[in-house]
Write a protein that binds this ligand. Structure first.
Ligand code: NAP
Length: 246
């Protein structure tokens, strides 16, 4: 496990957008960031799930979050522009983005991969994070220092049979992260990195490995140290890295 002990107020006054914040790792990351003082912007496609996370953060007495129901598969440029304008009015800037939402798609050989599912996976896992990052860049630029965190996977570092669009979207995510990190290294105060969560107990993991005992893999809470590290000021000098949460 990545070892890091976050100070209590690590993320105080930081504004952090989390995609896929309604369930799985994103849900835990949003609640954890809030617990360390951040105002989190909860983005996801299922309003009820986002509302539940919102209520839990409020009930815990953490900073009031913001709620953004948005389907990244169908979202268009104007949706992201609208979001940016709202966030600019509300907060003036943002300090971080956790690109966490992803689709698994199907596990099948490339030879028989459904092109429609291919497009869906690429849209949610790669195209939407690209466009969202691009359109939010002016708000990240206004932060004293900002952190963009993409979510990768072991199958995005070495190709593995039957992981299809998902694995390939994660290779591209690593490429997007590296390109952006290199571009921003000397020209801005934005750092860009990837997290590979490793096997983590979520619905996606259960779908990918139905025969696995969920108790045998890490919980989303277990992997939070790396998420906190990359969002907080202890990682100011870390840029262009793909790090393992466990
Ligand atoms: P998960 O439980 O399936 O959660 C995925 C999240 O993404 C959900 O909140 C889901 O919303 C959201 N999402 C999916 N499609 C969306 C769309 N079109 N628009 C907006 N939101 C959408 O997955 P997870 O295991 O927490 O995975 C989180 C990240 O870690 C992903 O990037 C995944 O690739 C990566 N990862 C996970 C593991 C693992 O073992 N769990 C391993 C390596 C990498 P709904 O709840 O509304 O469906």
């Amino acid at each position: 496990m990545f070892e890091y002990q976050a100070p209590e107020n690590l993320l105080r006054d930081r504004i952090i957008l989390v995609t896929g914040a309604g369930s799985g790792i994103g849900r835990t990351a949003a609640k954890t960031f809030a617990a360390y003082g951040a105002t989190v912007i909860l983005l996801g496609r299922t309003l009820e799930k986002l509302e539940q996370v919102y209520d839990e953060i409020e009930a815990a007495g953490h900073p009031q979050p913001a709620l953004v129901p948005l389907n990244l598969e169908s979202a268009q440029e104007h949706d992201f522009v609208e979001l940016t304008n709202t966030l600019e009015q509300e907060f003036g800037h943002i300090d971080g983005i956790l690109h966490n939402a992803s689709l698994l798609g199907v596990r099948t050989p490339i030879e028989s991969y459904d092109p429609v599912i291919w497009q869906q996976v690429m849209q949610v896992n790669l195209n939407a994070p690209f466009l969202l990052t691009q359109i939010l860049m002016p708000l990240l630029d206004k932060a004293e220092n900002a952190s963009i965190v993409f979510t990768s996977s072991t199958v995005g570092r070495k190709g593995r049979a039957y992981w299809g669009a998902y694995g390939i979207s994660k290779f591209a995510t690593e490429g997007l992260m590296q390109t952006l990190a290199d571009e921003l290294e000397t020209t801005s105060n934005i750092r860009t990195n990837c997290i590979n969560p490793g096997a983590t107990r979520t619905q996606m993991r259960a779908n990918a490995y139905p025969a696995e005992n969920p108790a045998s893999v890490a919980s989303p809470e277990d992997i939070m140290p790396l998420y906190l590290y990359l969002m907080g000021s202890d990682s100011l000098e870390v840029n262009g890295q793909s790090l393992d949460a466990q």
